[in-house]
Design a protein around this ligand. Structure first.
Ligand code: HMG
Ligand code: MG
Length: 301
């Protein structure tokens, strides 16, 4: 089995991780988290989202957070923008990449962004064009690529269709997301293969929530297909407010431990990452969801 020699991680903790927190997390804490994440060697960080504050109150401080972070050369800072209003607000804060987010499930699209799949693509198209014109990279998140909280199992054909729509409007790379963490390795491989009908391997990343404890297995299955881009959340924070019961992404600490154990380079200092996870867990007042962080913190004593 040929595994990729190195993997690039997009840390989504400050966005996906925190968006679901019921209590407001101060912008200063979010900024400090981003600083600690970049100090650990992470080179891509999804910082916030420019969505309606009525829909996701926790992200209402997007401007404060984006303008408060001390940027480091070589780090890519990305933000979610569902429409032109969000993009225009984001533009003032100069993200390196914007993310439009669609779904392979009609029902989830409706619940999450208040429109169906076709309408979402029509809304994304001018956002993508405006970003490319401004020299900003464009990623597309594809939710519910194996299962949907409202529609159940999702066929790979629907993922293929969504990937084709994303490609047609100029989205440069896409995330194959298991939003509610129901996927198992072979199903996740089918979703990735469907995406590969439209995108190159280098343009596809895995975004696996760990609700059913399958995210590391799903990552391994994706690696076996040659995928080398993954998204994860420090301390395993997170969930989507419009996917009830879905828990956080695979913990970045757990993913890094897996990859380093397989001799796959990430450029990340696991000890510094564990410190970043401990920082945010303490700020939120609860133990980390990362098994690796728990083990390493216990060993430190
Ligand atoms: P809508 O209600 O259809 O929008 O929401 P609208 O255009 O009719 O506008 C309604 C109001 O929202 C207006 O304000 C607009 O100004 C305002 P009002 O006149 O009522 O005071 N508005 C905005 N405000 C700030 N920023 C904006 C914006 N757009 C409109 N960009 C909308 C449509 C997309 C805005 C809404 O549904 C929304 O904000 N949804 C966000 C959902 C979300 O953030 N979900 C979590 C992220 S996705 C995710 O977690 C999945 C992912 O991790 C991958 C995976 O795991 O699957 C990425
Ligand atoms: Mg997610």
């Amino acid at each position: 089995m040929n595994y990729p020699p190195s993997v690039r991680l997009v840390e989504v903790g400050p966005r996906d991780g925190l968006q679901n927190e019921p209590q407001p997390v101060p912008a200063a804490v979010k900024i400090e988290l981003v600083h600690r994440l970049q100090d650990s060697g992470l080179r891509e960080i999804e910082v916030t989202s420019y969505v309606s504050p009525k829909w996701v109150p926790q992200m209402a401080d997007n401007h404060q957070v984006m303008s408060g972070i001390q940027r480091r050369d070589g780090v890519r800072y990305s933000v979610l923008t569902p429409n032109l209003k969000g993009f225009e607000a984001a533009l003032a804060d100069r993200p390196d990449e914007i993310v439009v987010f669609g779904a392979a499930s009609e029902a989830f699209s409706q619940k999450n962004i208040n429109c169906g799949i076709a309408e979402s693509i029509a809304r994304f198209a001018p956002v993508v064009q405006a970003a490319l014109d401004a020299g900003i990279a464009v990623r597309g998140a594809m939710s519910c690529t194996v299962g949907c909280p409202y529609e159940g199992e999702i066929a790979p054909e629907r993922v293929e269709m969504l990937a084709g729509l994303m490609k047609a409007i100029g989205v440069q790379r896409v995330d194959v997301a298991d939003t509610i963490g129901v996927g198992t390795p072979l199903k996740v491989q089918r979703a990735i293969e469907a995406t590969l009908k439209h995108y190159e391997l280098d343009q596809v990343s895995g975004h696996f929530h760990d609700t059913y404890g399958q995210a590391l297995s799903n990552t391994l299955a994706a690696l076996q297909l040659g995928v080398w881009n993954f998204q994860s959340s420090v301390a395993g924070l997170g969930g989507c407010p419009y996917a009830k019961g879905a828990t956080g992404n695979v913990a970045t600490e757990d993913l890094v431990y897996l990859l380093h154990g397989m001799g796959i380079a990430t450029g990340i200092d696991l000890d510094a990452l564990v410190d970043a996870g401990a920082y945010i867990s303490t700020a939120l007042g609860r133990p980390t969801n990362s098994r690796v962080a728990r083990a390493l913190l216990a060993r430190r004593g």
